[in-house]
Design a protein. Structure first.
Length: 201
């Protein structure tokens, strides 16, 4: 039994180390893409930024496209977790949506130097099969945000309005240096708040 437990523990340690190194590579790639652009970022630069050997980067990712895919996945995960956090709040739909918009706008604005250059990566391939799957996951997360614990019957159309506005605002923020994403997200939330009413029981 002790041998089995030691084996499980060793596997767990190896897996944690693997995840730690992988995360460091993804973070380094995000910083490098933001500073130099995707085209100019090399595997060598990512390795240097992460503080690990070039061979270690290739052990985890065979090429830069694989790293780009991992960056997209991580940013999707971060966004979905933020949406889900607000979806679980036992408050009105307006409070859930405005809370998410405020938090997300503040986060993006505070990290604009890193995140703004990465938005084009997130927008890539929306019309392709992987992009369709990503959009479906995002749409369903926004449906849960709109529905909330009370399961609003109008959650789907409400989610489509909110998600559509969110994507347009994020795109405009990417292309316009003086565009305040936080102000525009707050404005959309306030506009929705004037129109939103609790559904009839």
């Amino acid at each position: 039994m002790a041998v089995a437990e030691d084996t499980v523990g060793a596997v767990s340690v190896r897996e944690r180390n693997r995840q730690r190194i992988r995360s460091a590579i993804v973070r380094a790639a995000m910083e490098s893409f933001a500073a130099c652009g995707m085209a100019e970022t090399t595997m060598d630069r990512i390795a240097t930024e992460a503080g690990i050997a070039r061979a270690t980067v290739f052990k985890h990712f065979p090429n830069k496209n694989a790293i780009i895919a991992a960056v997209v996945e991580q940013m999707d995960v971060d966004l979905l977790q933020q949406v889900e956090r607000h979806a679980c709040r036992p408050v009105s739909a307006f409070e859930r949506i405005s809370g998410f918009m405020e938090e997300n706008g503040a986060l993006l604005e505070s990290r604009s130097e890193v995140i703004r250059p990465l938005v084009p990566i997130l927008e890539q391939g929306w019309n392709e099969v992987p992009g369709e799957a990503r959009m479906q996951r995002l749409r369903m997360a926004f449906v849960r945000l709109a529905a909330g614990p009370e399961q609003r019957p109008d959650a789907e159309p409400l989610a489509e309005i909110v998600l559509g506005a969110y994507l347009v605002i994020a795109h405009n923020w990417r292309v316009s240096a003086d565009y305040s994403i936080r102000d525009h997200m707050r404005g959309v939330a306030e506009l929705l708040g004037r129109g939103l009413k609790d559904p009839a029981p």
